[in-house]
Design a protein around this ligand. Sequence first.
Ligand code: B12
Length: 215
Amino acid sequence: MSREEILTRLTEAVIEGDDSLVVELTQKAVDAGVEPLVIINDALTKGIRIVGEYFGSGQYFLPDLLLGAKAMDAGVKLLEPLLVGTSREFHGRVLMGTVQGDLHEIGKNIVGMMLKTSGFEVVDLGVDVPAGKFIEKIKELKPNVIGISALLTTTIGRQKEIIEVLTEEGLRDQVKVMIGGAPINQAWADKIGADGYAEDAITAVEICKKLVAAS
Ligand code: B12
């Protein structure tokens, strides 16, 4: 199988929600010398986005979404050790989390992994994180940046809420706020007064470095 064939079949395996085939093909891609990040972006993420489209159009249902997510996750887990730990520089501490009411974590986890690889200490609060929890942990850990993920149009308002609570608590100038998630764009970031927005994990690392340098 050529590299292209492996990546195409990997995308299909995510769409089919076949986690053991995903593991097998991810390993094949690694053995064929494909960069872990290329495997994530060009095969796994491509597959899960197609699952999302099928779900949106009514062709797939919730169990299919879950199977796709499980399959993607299996591939990402296999790649994680190959991504983490390549930088010797320390750039700062980042607190990450997905907003309250939102259980999507795959993208946040990839961003967290890339930040770790690039020399950031990452503290992950997980999913469904209320504003109060962010505030409590900011006070305790004093991160340079918080990274807030939201994947649902019904939960993106929680990013705004967190920034508002930060201001109320007098903490807004002590931490930079970076936001992301599929429905997020720069216009939303500007509107709610976030310091940075990134559409993918590579850009997130660049933005995070800039935010720390500017603080
Ligand atoms: C997988 C998935 C799920 C899984 C999540 C599993 C998990 N452990 O994460 C499960 C099955 C749980 C799920 C549930 C639901 N989902 Co869902 N899900 C998806 C799907 C298919 C993929 C998301 C994903 O993982 N993408 C892959 C990653 C790599 O991409 P990403 O998340 O966008 O992350 C990248 C960037 O956005 C960015 N990024 C992400 N976070 C951050 C944070 C920071 C700080 C920065 C800088 C960058 C950044 O970098 C990442 C890497 O490149 C999307 C479709 C889509 N296109 O997004 C639907 C989707 C988001 N889900 C949807 C829906 C409707 C639901 C449910 C309501 C379904 C239901 N009826 O129950 C529930 C809601 C549950 C809840 N309360 O959260 C809709 C949302 C529609 C809308 N208008 O809001 C979508 C768009 C599907 C669709 N087309 O209808 N879902």
